[in-house]
Design a protein around this ligand. Structure first.
Ligand SMILES: *[C@@H]1O[C@H](CO)[C@@H](O)[C@H](O)[C@H]1NC(C)=O
Ligand SMILES: *[C@@H]1O[C@H](CO)[C@@H](O)[C@H](O)[C@H]1NC(C)=O
Ligand SMILES: *[C@@H]1O[C@H](CO)[C@@H](O)[C@H](O)[C@H]1NC(C)=O
Ligand SMILES: *[C@@H]1O[C@H](CO)[C@@H](O)[C@H](O)[C@H]1NC(C)=O
Ligand SMILES: *[C@@H]1O[C@H](CO)[C@@H](O)[C@H](O)[C@H]1NC(C)=O
Length: 791
């Protein structure tokens, strides 16, 4: 019986098995197909590139998403899909053979549709750039420099709306720049150096309001530079070696690097340039700028490189003219300057200063007699101005830009003819400091591109910080005099701190973390990625990192994190009169509190995953030169790695409710710490213990309910006369709520921030009110219609 029944059952069972197996097989073969299509595409790319040596390790059996990145080839995957492809050939790679087709190459490339970052540099690519490239709809960064691409930038690219960085340096593109370039909403970097572009720049450029870098040097552009003053994020403008002119371009004053050399500018230097407080690099050389040279350019607060060589700038210099201490290169040669060489230029050991071919009284032969400069200046229509009032300079600059041009056309023509024939052999190219980044390990190039990518991915706004980057160990050793004891600042739970000074003169704080476990640089990448995002006005921001590796297995032995150096003491020193009686006013205390709260808000929500439980202390709040409060010593994601703890930085914010409560309380623990800081700011003295803290909290809570006189009496005597009662009351209320024992009852950071901003507005209105009416400060105050600006 049993035997009779078995066969059908086995059959049914078998059928099910077969079905399941078939499904499994189909699934496997599908994923394999997907897998192999990626492999096929990459192998096709290798074929199209004529099997370059750098791709010799690519074959059909390697797992592309898990290959070690090298300085030449890097693939980055996200969930097995390729998001970044970097292939960098060596300089001077010959053109690919005749049967190469850019069209087929791009056809293969777009089969990797998830690409966000593409670097194809020095590969001998040639031909027009196919519009098909726009099928890479996620493309954010494209760097195809040092190839032989020609034609125009294809219009189809305008549909790639996420494009942030377009780098086509050193190719043979030609013709005018297309008008539609101005309609890329988030373009931040446009580099088209060393091509054959011509024509004029249209006004459409001034719509690129996210643009940070515009580099068009070594092309054949001509005509006026359009008004770029609306590009408030622009930090670098490099238009060297074109035929732009004659007027000085209108620019926003956030520029860090301005290169107008080798063009046809014929105007005066506008006086606004003296207000470019972030300007580090100014090159006006080999033009025909006329009129007075503003000596204030030598003392711009950030200037390190100034080149005005070969112009017709006139005016007197004095021995006592001052220079910025960081000015490392100044070339004033071949102008019409007279007077004496400023002593800050002549006494320079570490600086280069060039000033030949002027009329300076230096006592050596390569200067002209004063009459020469006088006559030449006359010839271009400008007399050196003796009375140097600010207004006359402005008027003069305006007169120059407007009127003089007509009078100098003839001389201009002669000059231009001369210049043309000379222009090639004339100038030594300044090395670009911004981009010079030395690297210590093979990974660094990937780190570098990643860092660059991450930096560009987020909107840093105008922080005035240099780009996040990789540092080399040598650079850090130089900066700290080999980690000398004089550079040592202290040691805490977050490693040793050193103060360093980089080559460009900026001070940095360097945190050194020893690794307890073996980690490859790659496994630390996600931390570095997070750290590179820790850049915010109210944080002591990260500037870069450096890995030190063991030689034997190249695992990481130490990590150096480089932060901005904040020079002005801790918040506590500004409360308890550590700064000889210069304690903060009430309004300054409110704004410091707002700064800290914003910093906490950024740590929690400005980056993913957020950084919680920062154990903030008033001594970890640093003040910068403008008394902006900045949080240092926040809970660095890397610390878990160095402390053998579970890795907490990588996990995504937890979904399950029990852990999410933990995260909320983490959030509230920062709020509690904030309350402690606030208490000290209100009372003007620290609390000695947690117990005393709770007593003070209770007292404060009771006092809030009393009258304004009592409230006034508990506040820090240093500010007792400078606050409005309502703002004091609001601050006390926030403080009390932050210090509640039960974390769940504490306010959120957003709530805290809203209330602080309310307190600030009330205080503001009170100040205006009490100043205008001279009324009694304690008078009951009905806030006017309040508009709280809240980000
Ligand atoms: C070009 O021709 C060479 C030899 O004729 C061949 O090996 C190569 O695969 C061809 N390249 C392409 C991209 O077709
Ligand atoms: C593919 O390359 C890897 C390493 O580059 C090598 O170990 C492997 O043998 C190669 N496989 C084939 C099929 O060539
Ligand atoms: C483009 O890529 C090359 C190779 O990585 C790099 O040297 C260059 O700096 C990149 N260009 C820019 C502007 O980042
Ligand atoms: C720009 O260059 C192209 C050749 O590359 C030339 O045909 C054209 O006339 C030039 N246009 C202008 C406006 O100079
Ligand atoms: C610099 O020197 C000039 C003349 O030598 C003098 O007129 C001027 O007042 C001095 N300026 C300063 C700031 O000392």
């Amino acid at each position: 019986m049993l035997l009779l029944y078995m066969p059908p059952m086995a059959k049914i069972f078998n059928r099910q098995m077969v079905l399941v197996l078939a499904v499994i097989l189909i699934l496997i073969s599908q994923s394999e197909q997907k897998e192999s299509s990626k492999t096929r595409t990459l192998l096709r790319i290798r074929l199209q590139l004529s099997y370059p040596d750098i791709l010799s390790s690519w074959n059909s059996s390697i797992d592309f998403c898990n290959t070690e990145p090298t300085s030449q080839v890097t693939l980055v995957c996200y969930q097995e899909r390729i998001t970044q492809l970097h292939i960098i050939g060596s300089k001077g790679t010959p053109l690919l053979p005749r049967n190469f087709s850019m069209d087929s190459f791009v056809k293969a490339l777009v089969k990797l549709p998830d690409l966000k970052v593409v670097t194809l540099v020095s590969l001998g690519l040639w031909g027009p750039l196919p519009g098909k490239l726009s099928r890479l709809v996620s493309l954010e960064i494209l760097n195809m420099s040092s190839n032989s691409l020609y034609g125009t930038i294809p219009r189809e690219l305008s549909s790639v709306t996420g494009l942030q960085t377009l780098i086509l340096d050193d190719n043979m593109f030609s013709g005018p720049l297309p008008e539609w370039l101005g309609s890329f909403p988030i373009l931040t970097v446009l580099n088209l150096r060393k091509n054959l572009f011509n024509g004029t720049l249209t006004e459409s450029f001034n719509r690129l309001e996210n643009l940070r870098v515009l580099a068009l040097s070594h092309n054949h552009f001509y005509g006026e530079v359009p008004d770029l003053s609306s590009l408030t994020n622009l930090q670098e403008l490099d238009i060297e070696d074109n035929a732009f002119g004659p007027r000085f371009p209108r620019l926003g004053n956030k520029l860090v690097r301005l290169v107008l050399g080798k063009n046809r500018f014929r105007s005066g230097i506008p006086s606004e340039l003296s207000s470019f407080y972030q300007l580090e690099w100014l090159d006006l050389s080999f033009n025909r700028f006329v009129g007075p040279f503003p000596p204030s350019l030598l003392s711009l607060p950030s200037i390190t490189y100034l080149n005005i060589a070969d112009n017709k700038l006139s005016g007197m210099l004095f021995e006592n003219t001052s220079c910025n201490a960081e000015l490392g290169f100044a070339d004033l040669s071949s102008n019409l300057l007279s007077g004496h060489l400023p002593s800050c230029l002549s006494n320079s050991k570490n600086h280069v200063s060039l000033y030949a071919q002027n009329c300076l009284a230096t006592g050596n032969e390569n200067q002209h007699p004063p009459s020469f400069c006088h006559n030449e200046a006359l010839a271009v229509g400008i007399l050196p101005h003796k009375k140097k009032s600010e207004t006359s300079k402005v008027a003069l600059a305006m007169a120059i830009t407007g009127g003089i041009i007509g009078g100098i056309v003839v001389i201009g023509l002669v000059f231009m003819l001369l210049r043309r024939s000379n222009s090639d052999k004339m100038i030594k190219k300044p090395t670009t400091r911004l981009i010079a980044e030395k690297a210590s390990t093979v990974y660094s190039s990937k780190l570098h591109t990643d860092a660059r990518y991450m930096l560009q991915t987020m909107n840093t706004g105008a922080l005035g910080l240099p780009a996040y980057r990789t540092f080399s160990l040598e650079e850090l050793e130089d900066a700290t005099n080999n980690f000398d004891t004089t550079a040592f600042m202290g040691e805490g739970s977050q490693g040793q701190m050193y103060r360093g000074r980089l080559k460009d003169g900026t001070f940095v704080a360097i945190r050194c973390l020893k690794m307890k476990k073996n980690h490859s640089t790659q496994s630390l990448m996600h931390h570095v990625e997070l750290i590179s995002k820790l850049r915010y006005r109210h944080l002591v921001s990260a500037l870069g990192h450096c890995f030190e590796c063991y030689l034997d297995d190249s695992s990481v032995s130490r990590i150096f994190l480089i932060f901005e150096y904040v020079p002005n003491g801790t918040l506590r020193s500004w409360i308890t009169g550590g700064h000889d009686k210069h304690s903060l006013t009430w309004a300054q205390r409110i704004s410091a509190a707002i700064g800290i709260a914003k910093g906490i808000q950024f740590l929690h929500t400005g980056i993913v995953p957020g950084v919680y439980s920062n154990h903030l202390k008033i001594t970890d709040i640093l003040m910068d030169r403008n008394l902006v409060a900045k949080i240092s010593s926040y809970n660095l994601p890397l610390l878990a790695e160095t402390e053998d703890k579970v890795d907490r930085g990588t996990s995504a914010p937890p979904k399950d409710p029990s852990t999410s409560t933990r995260v909320r309380y983490d959030d509230e623990s920062d709020v509690y710490d904030f309350g402690v800081i606030l208490l000290e700011m209100i009372l003007g003295r620290p609390s000695k213990s947690r117990k005393q803290l709770q007593i003070l909290r209770k007292q404060l809570e009771a006092i809030i309910a009393t009258d304004d006189v009592t409230r006034r009496l508990v506040a820090d005597p240093a500010v007792r006369t400078s606050f409005s009662d309502q703002s004091l009351k609001t601050m006390m209320e926030i403080c009390v709520r932050c210090l509640v024992k039960n974390p769940a009852e504490r306010p959120s950071v957003d709530d805290v921030l809203w209330n602080l901003q309310f307190a600030a507005q009330v205080q503001d209105a009170w100040k205006v009110d009490s100043e205008s009416s001279e009324g009694s400060p304690g008078s009951p105050f009905e806030p006017p219609h309040l508009r709280v600006a809240f980000r």
